[in-house]
Design a protein around this ligand. Structure first.
Ligand SMILES: *[C@@H]1O[C@H](CO)[C@@H](O)[C@H](O)[C@H]1NC(C)=O
Ligand SMILES: *[C@@H]1O[C@H](CO)[C@@H](O)[C@H](O)[C@H]1NC(C)=O
Ligand SMILES: *[C@@H]1O[C@H](CO)[C@@H](O)[C@H](O)[C@H]1NC(C)=O
Ligand SMILES: *[C@@H]1O[C@H](CO)[C@@H](O)[C@H](O)[C@H]1NC(C)=O
Ligand SMILES: *[C@@H]1O[C@H](CO)[C@@H](O)[C@H](O)[C@H]1NC(C)=O
Ligand SMILES: *[C@@H]1O[C@H](CO)[C@@H](O)[C@H](O)[C@H]1NC(C)=O
Ligand SMILES: *[C@@H]1O[C@H](CO)[C@@H](O)[C@H](O)[C@H]1NC(C)=O
Ligand SMILES: *[C@@H]1O[C@H](CO)[C@@H](O)[C@H](O)[C@H]1NC(C)=O
Ligand SMILES: *[C@@H]1O[C@H](CO)[C@@H](O)[C@H](O)[C@H]1NC(C)=O
Ligand SMILES: *[C@@H]1O[C@H](CO)[C@@H](O)[C@H](O)[C@H]1NC(C)=O
Ligand SMILES: *[C@@H]1O[C@H](CO)[C@@H](O)[C@H](O)[C@H]1NC(C)=O
Ligand SMILES: *[C@@H]1O[C@H](CO)[C@@H](O)[C@H](O)[C@H]1NC(C)=O
Length: 815
C-alpha cells in the first residue's frame, strides 16, 4: 500500500491543483473533496498532542490519512478508526504512561462529520474528551452500523436520538461518565443491534432496562457491567432474548441471581461476578438452573454469595471453558469440585478460579487430567497436603496460584515440566524440603515466581543457570544462604526481588548492582549482608534493614529520575561517606536526619533537585563534611550561621579521606568527584590534592539575608559559590580569613558596599565573580586580584555602573 502511494506521489503533484486524488491507480477512485474538507475541519477542533493525525493534510494523499478508510469505488469516507487500542501501559513506567496519555485525542467533535453521509464505522474509543457530551448530531448519521465511543471520557446524558440509528449493529458506549439514565426506551427500536455495551452508566432509575433490551431480536452481546442495576421488580417480565450469547451483568446490585438467565439456552457466557446477592443459593439451583446450559462456556459467579456445596451444580456444563466461582462461601472438599469438573469438561476447561472460598482437603491426582487448563486459581482456601505429582502433566498451564493455603510436604519435581508456566504463586503455605535445579528444569517462560513464607531450602549448584528470566521473584523466609544466590545474576529482567529473611551472609556481589537499572521493589532486609553499596538502582522501594551494610561508603544516585522526598531508608546507611542525590526531581525539605544519622558524610551533593524550605541546622553537625553542594534547588531562608561548625572545612583534614575513597569507589563516582575539579581546570592534580579539596555551593537558590560572618571560620574552604540568590548586605570583612580560597562566586545577588580590604589575603584566588550586585569602591590594593599572572581562569564580570568603577581601577592598574 505504501509502495503504491509513493510511486503515485509524482503523479499526484501533476494533478495537485485538481480536487480529486486517487486511492488506487487501478480502480481510478477519488476522495470526495467535501468529505476531505469536513475531515480537516473535524481535525481542526480536536486536540492531538501526539500528532496522530499529522497525515491529514490538504494536498497530501488522502488514502494515506491515518484512520480514514475511503470507499475505493465511490470515494466516500466509509470508516473512521480513531480509537486508541493499545492498552494502558504499566503505570509504573512514567515515560510510557505519559506517551500513552498524550496519544489520546481530545477537544471538540465538530458537526462537520455529518458531511460524511456514507460513514458506517465510527470509532473514537479510548480517547479523552474531558467530560464532553456525546454530540446530538451523531444521532443523524444514519449510515452508521458501528459506533464505538467507549472509554472516551464522555459525560452528561446519553442522547436518546441514537435510537434513530436503525442500521446499528454495534453500539459501544461503555466506560464513560454519563449522568444517570432514566430510561433505555430509546434502545428498543434498534432492531439490527447485535452488540450493546453501556457498562458504567448508572441505570438505577432506568428500571425498563430489561424490557428495552429484551425487545432486540438480533442482540447477541449485552454488557451492562457496573450499572447499579437491581432486579427487585423484574420478576414479572417474560424474558425471551432469542439470540443472546453473551450476558455481562457483573458488578451490579442484583439481589438474587435472576432465574430467567437460566432459560436462555443460547447463552455461551454468563458474567454475574460481584453482585450483592444475599444469602445462600436457592434450593434447586444446582439441579434445575445450570443443567439447561450445555452450551455455556464462560460462567462468572464470583462474589455473588454462593454458599455450601457447589459441585453438583456443574454436573451438566459440558461446554465449560471458564469457571469463576471465587470469593464465595463454597464449603466442601476441593476434590469434589475437581471431580465434578472432570466428569463434564475435562478436555475443555481453560480457566478455573475457586480462590477465596472455604475449600478443604487435598488436591486430587485427577488435576493432571485437564489437558487444556491454563489458569488455575486456588488461593485463600484451607487446602492441605501436597501439590500432586500429576501437576506436571498440565502442558498448557500458564498460571498456578495456590497461595494462602495449608499445603505442606515438598514440591513435586514434576513442577519443572510446566514449560508454559509464566506465573507461579505458592507463597504463604507450609511447603518444605529441599528444592533442586530439577524443580525448574523446563520453566523457560516463568516471569513471576512468588513463593515467600514457606520452609523451603534452595541451594542449587553455584554454576546453575536458570532456564527462566523472571520479572519478579519473592522468596522471603526461605533457607537460601549463607551464600548469596549466584543464579540471580542471570535474571536480567528483574524489577521486583524479595530475598529477605533468607539467612544470606557476606558481601553483596558487585554484579548484583548492575543486574537491573529498574528495580521497582528490592528487599534484602534481615540477612547478614555486610559491606557497602556503591550504587542503588532506580527503585521505588528499597529495604536493606537489619544487615550490616554501609561499611564501603558511597551512595551515588545521581541522575536517577528519583522523585518524591528523600527515601528515609537511607537513614540506615549510617557509615555513608558520600551521598550524591544530585540531578533528580526530589522534593520536600532537605531531611534533617541527614545531620542526625549520616554523621560520617564527607560529600553531600543534592544539587539540581527541587528541594524547598530552609537548610536545616542539623547539617552543621556533619563535622567530616568537605563538600556541600545544594546548588540549583528552591531553597529559601538564610545561610545557617552554624556552618562555622563544619570543622572539616575549618581545619586541615587528617590523611585526606577522599584520596582513599577515589581509589575504592567505582568509576562513576570518580567522575563525579572529578567534575568538581574539572570545573576548576585542575584535573591533573586530582588524585594528589583531593584530600584537601573542600567546597560549598549554594548557588541558584532563593537564599536571603546576609552572608554570615561565621563563614569566615572555614579556613580550609577552597571554593565558595553563592551566586544567583537573594543575598543582601555587605561582603563580610572576614572573608579574607579564607586564606586557601581558590574560587569565590557571589554574583547575581543584592550585595552592596565595597569589596573588603581583607581580600588582599586571598593569595590563591583564581576564580572570582561578583558581577550583578551593587558593589562600589575600588579593588583592595595588594590583592591577588590585581595580579593576573596567577589566574587560571579570569572570571571577573562587571555589570552595573558602580562595578564599572572597579573595572576602571583594574584597567588603570594594568596600564
Ligand atoms: C481500497 O484501496 C486501498 C489502497 O489500494 C486498499 O488497501 C484497500 O484494500 C482497498 N479496499 C477495498 C475495500 O477494496
Ligand atoms: C470498542 O473499543 C474498545 C477499545 O478501544 C474495544 O475494547 C471494544 O472491543 C470496542 N467495541 C466493539 C464493539 O468493538
Ligand atoms: C446511581 O444513581 C443513584 C441515584 O439515582 C445514586 O444513588 C447511586 O449512588 C448512583 N450509583 C453510582 C455507582 O454512582
Ligand atoms: C418477547 O417478549 C416481549 C414481551 O416481553 C414480546 O412483546 C415479544 O413479542 C417477545 N418476542 C419474541 C420473539 O417472542
Ligand atoms: C432494590 O434492592 C436493593 C438491594 O439490592 C435495595 O437497596 C433497594 O432499596 C431496592 N429498591 C427498590 C426500588 O425496591
Ligand atoms: C444432565 O442433563 C441430563 C439431560 O441432558 C439430565 O437427565 C440430568 O439429570 C442432568 N444432570 C444434572 C446433574 O443436572
Ligand atoms: C456435595 O455434593 C456432592 C455431589 O452431590 C456430594 O457427593 C458431596 O458429598 C457433597 N458434599 C458435601 C460436603 O455435602
Ligand atoms: C501435612 O499436614 C497434614 C495435616 O494437616 C499432616 O497429616 C501431614 O503429616 C503433613 N505432611 C507433612 C509432610 O508434613
Ligand atoms: C524438558 O527439557 C528437556 C531438555 O532440557 C527435554 O529433553 C525434555 O523433553 C523436556 N521435558 C518436557 C516435559 O518438556
Ligand atoms: C537438604 O539438603 C541438605 C544439603 O544441602 C541436607 O543436609 C539435608 O539433609 C537435605 N534435607 C532433606 C530433607 O533432604
Ligand atoms: C523481559 O520483560 C519484558 C517485559 O515483560 C519482556 O517483553 C521481555 O521478553 C523479557 N525478556 C526476557 C529475556 O525474558
Ligand atoms: C545600590 O546602592 C546604592 C547605594 O550604595 C543605592 O542608592 C541604590 O539604590 C542601590 N541599587 C539597587 C538596585 O539596590
Amino acid at each position: 500500500m505504501r509502495a503504491v502511494t509513493i510511486s503515485l506521489f509524482g503523479f499526484l503533484l501533476v494533478i495537485a491543483a485538481t480536487i480529486i486524488s486517487f486511492c488506487d491507480r487501478n480502480s481510478n477512485v477519488l476522495c470526495i473533496n467535501s468529505e476531505r474538507q469536513a475531515l480537516l475541519k473535524f481535525k481542526q477542533h480536536l486536540i492531538d498532542r501526539s500528532n496522530r493525525l499529522s497525515s491529514w493534510v490538504e494536498g497530501e494523499d488522502c488514502c494515506e490519512w491515518f484512520g480514514v478508510f475511503w470507499n475505493n469505488f465511490t470515494g466516500h469516507v466509509k470508516e473512521l478508526h480513531l480509537g486508541l487500542h493499545s492498552s494502558s501501559p504499566d503505570i509504573e513506567l512514567d515515560d510510557e504512561r505519559d506517551a500513552y496519555f498524550r496519544s489520546k485525542l481530545g477537544g471538540k467533535i465538530n458537526p462537520s462529520l455529518i458531511e460524511l453521509k456514507h460513514l458506517s464505522f465510527l470509532d473514537l474509543s479510548n480517547n479523552d474528551f474531558g467530560g464532553l457530551a456525546i454530540p446530538e448530531f451523531i444521532g443523524s448519521m444514519k449510515s452508521l452500523t458501528y459506533l464505538n465511543l467507549s472509554s472516551a471520557k464522555f459525560s452528561r446524558a446519553i442522547p436518546h436520538n441514537l435510537g434513530n440509528l436503525l442500521k446499528l449493529h454495534y453500539l459501544d458506549l461503555g466506560h464513560n461518565s454519563f449522568f444517570e439514565a432514566k430510561t433505555l426506551q430509546w434502545v428498543s427500536g434498534l432492531s439490527s443491534l447485535q452488540y450493546l455495551d453501556l457498562s458504567d452508566a448508572n441505570l438505577t432509575k432506568a428500571t425498563d432496562w430489561l424490557q428495552a433490551t429484551n425487545k432486540l431480536p438480533s442482540l447477541v452481546e449485552l454488557h451492562l457491567s457496573d450499572c447499579s442495576l437491581n432486579n427487585n421488580d423484574s420478576s414479572s417480565i417474560s424474558v425471551n432474548y432469542t439470540s443472546l450469547a453473551v450476558l455481562d451483568l457483573s458488578s451490579n446490585m442484583l439481589s438474587s441471581i435472576p432465574t430467567w438467565i437460566f432459560s436462555l439456552r443460547s447463552l455461551v457466557s454468563i458474567d454475574l461476578n460481584s453482585n450483592a446477592v444475599e444469602g445462600a443459593i436457592p434450593n434447586g439451583f444446582q439441579n434445575i438452573w445450570l443443567s439447561n446450559l450445555n452450551q455455556l462456556q464462560f460462567l462468572g459467579l464470583g462474589d455473588v454469595g454462593l454458599k455450601g456445596n457447589f459441585s453438583s451444580a456443574i454436573g451438566n456444563l459440558s461446554s465449560l471453558t471458564h469457571l469463576d466461582v471465587s470469593r464465595n462461601g463454597i464449603d466442601q472438599e476441593v476434590s469434589e469440585i475437581i471431580e465434578s469438573l472432570s466428569r463434564c469438561s475435562l478436555d475443555r476447561l481453560e480457566l478455573l478460579n475457586i480462590a477465596s472460598n472455604k475449600l478443604s482437603g487435598h488436591l486430587p491426582d485427577q488435576l493432571g487430567q485437564f489437558k487444556n487448563l491454563a489458569y488455575l486459581f486456588l488461593s485463600r482456601n484451607s487446602i492441605s497436603g501436597p501439590i500432586p505429582f500429576s501437576i506436571g502433566k498440565l502442558p498448557s498451564l500458564k498460571l498456578l496460584d495456590v497461595s494462602y493455603n495449608q499445603l505442606n510436604a515438598t514440591l513435586p519435581k514434576s513442577l519443572g515440566q510446566l514449560r508454559n508456566l509464566e506465573h507461579l504463586d505458592i507463597s504463604n503455605n507450609m511447603l518444605e524440603g529441599n528444592l533442586s535445579e530439577m524443580h525448574f528444569s523446563n520453566l523457560t517462560r516463568l516471569r513471576l515466581f512468588w513463593a515467600s513464607n514457606n520452609m523451603i531450602t534452595f541451594k542449587p549448584n553455584p554454576s546453575w543457570i536458570p532456564p527462566f528470566h523472571c520479572e519478579s521473584i519473592e522468596l522471603r523466609n526461605w533457607h537460601i544462604g549463607p551464600q548469596f544466590p549466584q543464579w540471580l545474576q542471570f535474571q536480567k529482567n528483574l524489577s521486583r526481588l524479595d530475598i529477605s529473611h533468607a539467612e544470606i551472609s557476606g558481601v553483596i556481589p558487585t554484579w548484583f548492582w548492575s543486574l537491573s537499572t529498574q528495580f521497582e521493589y528490592l528487599n534484602l532486609s534481615h540477612n547478614h549482608l555486610v559491606g557497602g553499596i556503591s550504587y542503588l538502582p532506580k527503585s521505588r522501594t528499597v529495604d536493606l534493614r537489619s544487615n550490616l551494610l554501609g561499611g564501603i561508603e558511597s551512595l551515588n544516585l545521581r541522575n536517577n529520575n528519583l522523585f518524591g522526598e528523600v527515601p528515609s531508608i537511607l537513614q540506615h546507611l549510617a557509615n555513608l561517606l558520600i551521598l550524591d542525590l544530585s540531578e533528580n526531581q526530589l522534593t520536600g525539605s532537605i531531611p534533617a536526619w541527614i545531620g542526625d544519622k549520616l554523621l560520617g558524610l564527607v560529600v553531600l551533593n543534592l544539587r539540581s533537585n527541587k528541594f524547598q524550605a530552609y537548610i536545616p541546622d542539623q547539617i552543621c553537625a556533619l563535622n567530616s563534611l568537605q563538600f556541600l553542594d545544594l546548588g540549583y534547588n528552591n531553597i529559601s531562608g538564610a545561610i545557617p550561621k552554624c556552618f562555622s561548625n563544619l570543622s572539616a572545612m575549618a581545619t586541615k583534614p587528617i590523611n585526606g579521606i577522599l584520596d582513599r575513597l577515589v581509589l575504592e569507589v567505582d568509576p562513576s563516582n570518580w567522575f563525579y568527584l572529578g567534575a568538581l575539579l574539572v570545573m576548576r581546570g585542575r584535573e591533573d592534580e586530582y588524585s594528589t590534592t583531593l584530600g584537601l579539596v573542600t567546597g560549598i555551593d549554594l548557588s541558584g537558590n532563593s537564599l536571603t539575608g546576609e552572608i554570615p560572618r561565621e563563614l569566615g571560620n572555614l579556613k580550609e574552604l577552597r571554593s565558595l559559590y553563592l551566586s544567583g540568590n537573594l543575598l543582601t548586605g555587605q561582603i563580610p570583612e572576614n572573608i579574607g580569613n579564607l586564606e586557601v580560597l581558590e574560587s569565590l562566586d557571589l554574583s547575581m545577588n543584592r550585595l552592596h558596599g565595597e569589596i573588603p580590604s581583607s581580600f588582599s589575603n586571598l593569595n590563591f584566588l583564581n576564580h572570582f565573580n561578583v558581577s550583578y550586585n551593587n558593589l562600589t569602591g575600588k579593588i583592595p590594593s595588594g590583592t591577588q586580584l590585581q595580579s593576573f599572572d596567577n589566574f587560571l581562569t579570569l572570571a571577573i564580570f562587571f555589570a552595573d555602573l558602580q562595578s564599572l568603577k572597579i573595572a576602571a581601577a583594574i584597567a588603570k592598574h594594568l596600564n
